[in-house]
Design a protein around this ligand. Structure first.
Ligand SMILES: Nc1nc2c(ncn2[C@@H]2O[C@H](COP(=O)(O)OP(=O)(O)O)[C@@H](O)[C@H]2O)c(=O)[nH]1
Ligand SMILES: [Mg+2]
Length: 327
């Protein structure tokens, strides 16, 4: 990584220099100790400039139209005078270097907009969970003045949980179809959802879409409500043909207003920051286990004891961590 000073990255963020924005994000994504030290200084510096965006998580099975939706929704928001940052979480990238986000992730039309910024957010399978710097990347985008942070996640693995833990509103894109197809929606996801958009609704399938909507509303009826006085709306439309996006925009606005009124907006963000703190405690402890040459041997030794299948893994881990923390 080229050597940019914290000061120059900070100035770059404030002046929305997209190249420097990219460099700042690369810095906070790095797990190297010397990068981390700079990353922390940069993140502390931008803190006063953060927190003012609407953070939207967008999920749904691959192919449902998330990227198409984000591209056109982003353009709609820009037409309203907003600035839009798009982060795409791709859990597959670390496994096979391939992407399951698909071609549309490039969002070529949106990418041409002066007031848009698009960035993939790679994950690595760390600690059995999904590790990534999407939260910190989001803070950088906020400091640069983006009003909307749209986070696309593939509807697989733990990526939705990760996104629900860092956003204000959770949008679920669904395809038309009843019965078995609806069963396909993981219950866990339904409990995180704030707004549902039935995509690819065109003239010929409008009636079927209305049936799906009824079924979805029925399923939602049995879920405890996440936000007081909020009935999860099921909206119909076509991301490709720009239909129904305005309604989604309005619902997001309504939802944020309600959360502010209910005083849950800030409360949730505070709880999210606490979770993020815990996440980093784990990351830094893990890093300590692997970075320092002295502890690395210790780490390898206890891991080897576990892999010999004679000693219990959790006991080995506990002994190791206790030794580590005493150091
Ligand atoms: N007919 C139709 N096709 C759509 C619509 N939205 C997206 N698509 C198409 O569905 C495919 C998958 O879209 P994409 O945005 O990449 O889905 P993602 O995997 O959820 O991000 C692409 O070929 C899109 O052009 C829509 O509203 N109507
Ligand atoms: Mg996509």
């Amino acid at each position: 990584m080229e050597n940019f000073s914290v000061e120059s990255l900070f100035e770059g963020i404030k002046s929305v220099d997209k190249r420097l924005l990219g460099k700042a994000i690369t810095l906070v994504e790095s797990k190297k100790a010397e990068h981390r030290e700079k990353a922390e200084r940069l993140l502390q510096k931008i803190m006063p400039l953060t927190g003012k965006s609407v953070r939207v998580g967008i999920t749904g099975v691959p192919g449902v139209g998330k990227s198409t939706f984000i591209e056109n929704f982003g353009k709609l928001a820009i037409a309203k005078g907003k600035k839009v940052a798009v982060l795409a979480i791709d859990p597959s990238s670390s496994l096979n270097k391939g992407s399951i986000l698909g071609d549309k992730t490039r969002m070529e039309e949106l990418a041409k907009e002066e007031n848009a910024f698009i960035r993939p957010s790679p994950t690595s399978g760390f600690l059995g969970g999904v590790a990534n710097a999407t939260f910190e990347t989001m803070l950088i985008c906020e400091a640069a003045g983006y009003d909307f942070i749209l986070i696309e996640t593939v509807g697989v693995g733990q990526s939705e949980v990760l996104v629900a833990d860092i956003t204000d509103v959770f949008l679920y894109l669904n395809i038309i179809g009843g019965g078995d197809e609806l069963q396909g929606i993981k219950r866990g996801i339904m409990e995180m959802v704030d707004v549902i958009f039935l995509n690819k609704v065109e003239e010929e399938n409008r009636n079927k879409a209305k049936l799906t909507k009824v079924e979805l509303l029925r399923a939602l009826h049995f879920l405890p409500s996440k936000e007081k006085d909020w009935k999860i709306p099921v909206l119909l439309g076509s991301a490709l043909n720009n239909k129904g996006l305005e309604q989604v925009y309005e619902k997001i606005e309504d939802f944020i207003k309600l959360k502010i009124q209910n005083e849950t907006f800030e409360k949730v963000r505070k709880a999210q920051a606490e979770k993020r703190f815990d996440y980093w405690v784990q990351q830094f402890i893990l890093q300590k286990t692997q970075d320092e040459s002295a502890t690395e041997d210790l780490y390898k030794q206890h891991k080897k004891n576990a892999s010999a299948l004679k000693s219990n893994p959790s006991s080995e881990a506990k002994i190791f961590v206790e030794k580590l923390l005493k150091k």
